[in-house]
Design a binder for this molecule. Structure first.
Ligand code: 3PG
Ligand code: MG
Length: 400
């Protein structure tokens, strides 16, 4: 697809509406615990400000259902952004209304303002056109740098964009990087192409599995979702996670892999436990089948070796989802070693693309930042893009 970038816009002196995704985790005293998404938007904000734009930032935070709530105000994000930009960022208490109008009217070239959480208004998620017009508030240009929210057809995502002519819309630098990384996975992919999927639920990933089976040479499945596939093969999975209503789709995926000669690899050994607890004693299981009474919480060493082999030979790797319960040290080894294997293959020249909040957490936990070709800021948006869906927030940027 073709889209404009901020390089194509004449932003000097203009009011620029910039959708960012500052939906970040807040901890005690409402401090930003993980500022990855804020840092990722800095290049766009810095560049627009340097080029003399009046930068109006718009984001959601969490899923407020009953209007404004103090826990979900964006002030902490503005504070973190100001530290990163080394310049003041005004955090407004509203996203529409007379106080916002006055604050925006007082902005000078280069100023950066963050509006309050757009989801305090239910019209945002409803994609309400009248609300979008208020949000636009006279902005002459629209920039979307919120890849993480591009799968939502909300007022601040698609609504505002649609009010401006195509030549006034552009992808920010982060959106651009995300879209280019995804495009590279579709066009002229270097082979072997290996996908690694993990995480708890098959239902979250089944469409991705189906889509990836059309593209990859090997699909490596670990994490909780692997057990539904093992059960579909008639294996014994003990008390491991199993989505019974997904057994048929798991069987269909196995059959599709066989028909297309895709190597679909499942765990061949495990680290199990008698209960789902951080302190549960890890029990190595040297085989595919699990005895009754235990549940698999990580992949075992043979699986790690098997997966590492595939990853080492790959020229393209896409990874989403942890291989075990990485938050608990006794069950973290699979996720750690597979993340390290993917990082090493980047070093040998493979293109490695990672997405999803849990995979990003694995990278952070084991200090592997900067060792992948691209780490997406998208969770749901990344998965939907991999599924081959058109993201509404991206579609509005498309030019012919
Ligand atoms: C996300 O974190 O997935 C995005 O910020 C979108 O948020 P949502 O899932 O609440 O729409
Ligand atoms: Mg989400």
């Amino acid at each position: 697809m073709r889209f404009q970038t901020i390089a194509d816009l004449d932003v000097s002196g203009k009011r620029v509406f910039v959708r960012v995704d500052f939906n970040v985790p807040l901890g005690a005293e409402r401090r930003v615990v993980d500022d990855t998404r804020i840092r990722a938007a800095v290049p766009t904000i810095e560049e627009l400000s340097r080029r003399g734009a009046r930068v109006v930032l718009v984001s959601h935070l969490g899923r407020p259902k009953k209007g404004p709530s103090d826990e979900l105000r964006l002030k902490p994000c503005a504070a973190r952004l100001a530290e990163l930009l080394k310049r003041p960022v005004a955090a407004l208490d509203e996203c529409v209304g007379p106080a916002v109008d006055a604050a925006l009217a007082a902005m000078k070239s280069g100023d950066v303002v963050l509006l309050e959480n757009v989801r305090f208004h239910p019209e945002e998620e409803a994609g309400d056109a009248a609300f979008a017009a208020k949000l636009r508030n006279g902005a002459e240009l629209y920039v979307n740098d919120a890849f993480g929210t591009a799968h939502r057809a909300h007022a601040s995502v698609t609504g505002v964009a649609s009010l401006l002519p195509h030549e006034a819309r552009a992808a920010g630098r982060l959106m651009e990087a995300e879209l280019r990384a995804l495009a590279r996975l579709r066009a002229d992919v270097k082979r072997p192409f290996v996908a690694v999927l993990g995480g708890a639920k098959v239902s979250d990933k089944i469409e991705v599995v189906d889509q990836l089976l059309d593209q990859v040479d090997a699909l490596l499945i670990g994490g909780g979702m692997a057990f539904t596939f093992l059960a579909a093969q008639g294996r014994r999975i003990g008390r491991s996670l199993c989505e019974k209503e997904k057994l048929a789709v798991a069987s269909a995926a196995l059959a599709k892999a066989a028909a297309r000669k895709v190597r679909l690899l499942l765990p061949v050994d495990h680290v199990a436990a008698a209960s789902f607890e951080a302190t549960a004693a890890p029990q190595p299981i040297d085989g595919v089948d699990l005895p009754d009474g235990v549940l698999g919480l990580d992949v075992g060493p043979k699986t790690i070796a098997l997966f590492r082999n595939e990853i080492a030979a790959a020229k393209t790797v896409v990874w989403n989802g942890p291989l075990g319960v990485f938050e608990w040290p006794a069950f973290a080894r699979g996720s750690k070693e597979i993340a390290e294997a993917i990082a090493s293959t980047t070093k040998s020249g493979a293109a490695t693309v990672v997405g999803g909040g849990d995979s990003v957490a694995v990278i952070e936990q084991f200090g592997l930042q900067g060792r992948f070709t691209h780490v997406s800021t998208g969770g749901g948006a990344f998965l939907e893009a991999l599924e081959g869906k058109t993201l509404p927030g991206v579609a509005v940027l498309e030019i012919s």
